[in-house]
Ligand binder design. Structure first.
Ligand code: XIL
Length: 348
């Protein structure tokens, strides 16, 4: 699926009306339902698992119509040495996606994390940094032109509270207009690709989310080629609050401005061992989020950050937490899987 097909699916979805309801009632895979509801249902993919595990590959291709490289399109993989590009693992993932008729979303073209040391510690003038950014984006996005339908162009541009820009090599050398430039360069390299600003917030939504909505609208108003705002949704019970009505309001504000809202990295880390109550809570939030997305005309991307507890970044990143995804280590569906399935099956 290319960018134009993604757009075509949106038109079909708007026109689908009641016939969708009849079709979805008979389907039992997430992917089948997502196709019928014209939702890009994606997951982050671990390239090592993709290479080594048959059951992982099978569930991935059966249940999702979109893949996102968990790590292999980030700078530390794609340009480990200045001017030397490595596309091999990204090509493997894109090849798998094409063989299984899945779309690809790439991440990330400008970020504070997972940068190679030469970039993180280099002292660059503004012009030199702009050249580095342009060359990277033109080369990477150009390599996948027509094959990667969507990109996270700028990832996590704001600090934790959303009060200021987050430090990164681009902010240091170029200043805040690195954001405009990154979008321009990506658009030059693939005019059909959908281009997102991506970030997260603690309370969803909160003041930081509003700032992100405002930023996306401001970019669009100034003619920067942005498709929409991606919200990550790494959720933690007791830390994150989710107000679905307020999220719907963010979606509406973006829709008024002609922008998409994408759910880009859903997972919910639970204190281990996960209690049945926490697993139910995880399911409620996952299903509620899918329903909120389905009800908005401009939300048609829902990405889980890994689909199995066998491969999830949460236990490594937040000690004591895990069970964050929609299937267990045997790839058996958890309540959150069923909740997403039921939300997709429910009448729109
Ligand atoms: C994470 C990956 O899941 C890990 O494997 C890696 O070690 C660090 O990055 N926000 C993002 C993602 O935008 O790219 C991050 O992915 C998780 C947080």
């Amino acid at each position: 699926m290319g960018g134009s097909e993604l757009r075509a699916r949106r038109v079909v979805r708007l026109a689908a009306g009641m016939s969708t309801v009849v079709l979805v009632a008979s389907c039992s895979s997430l992917r089948g339902l997502a196709d019928q509801r014209d939702i890009a249902l994606g997951t982050a993919v671990d390239n090592q698992a993709l290479a080594q595990e048959d059951d992982y590959r099978q569930v991935l291709a059966n249940e999702f119509n979109l893949v996102v490289p968990e790590n292999v399109m980030k700078w530390d993989t794609t340009e480990p040495v200045r001017g030397q590009f490595n596309f091999a693992p990204g090509d493997e993932l894109v090849g798998f996606a094409e063989a299984h008729d899945m779309a690809v979303k790439g991440t990330a073209l400008a970020w504070w994390f997972q940068n190679p040391p030469w970039l993180e510690t280099g002292q660059f003038s503004r012009d030199e940094a702009i050249d580095i950014l342009r060359n990277h984006i033109h080369t990477l996005v150009g390599h996948y032109r027509g094959r990667v339908a969507e990109w996270d162009v700028v990832n996590e541009p704001l600090d934790l509270g959303g009060d200021d820009y987050r430090d990164n090599p681009w902010l240091r050398a170029i200043g805040p207009d690195y954001i405009d430039l990154a979008f321009q360069f990506a658009h030059e390299a693939d005019p059909d690709a959908e281009l997102f600003l991506n970030d997260f917030d603690g309370p969803l939504p909160g003041p930081k989310s509003q700032r992100l909505v405002d930023m996306a609208i401001d970019l669009k108003d100034r003619g920067v080629p942005i498709t929409g705002l991606g919200m990550q949704f790494h959720v933690f019970p007791g830390i994150t609050s989710i107000d679905f009505d307020a999220i719907a309001e963010d979606m509406r504000q973006l829709d008024d401005a002609g922008l998409e809202y994408a759910i880009t990295e859903w997972d919910m880390g639970l204190p281990l061992p996960a209690s049945p109550a926490d697993l139910e809570h995880q399911a409620e939030l996952a299903g509620g989020l899918m329903t909120t997305c389905l009800q908005a005309p401009n939300c048609d991307t829902f990405v889980v950050w890994g689909f199995t507890d066998r491969h999830s970044w949460i236990p490594g990143a937040i000690p004591g937490y895990g069970a964050a995804t929609i299937s267990d280590e045997q790839l058996d569906p958890k309540p959150a899987w069923t909740a997403i399935l039921e939300a997709l099956r429910a009448e729109g």
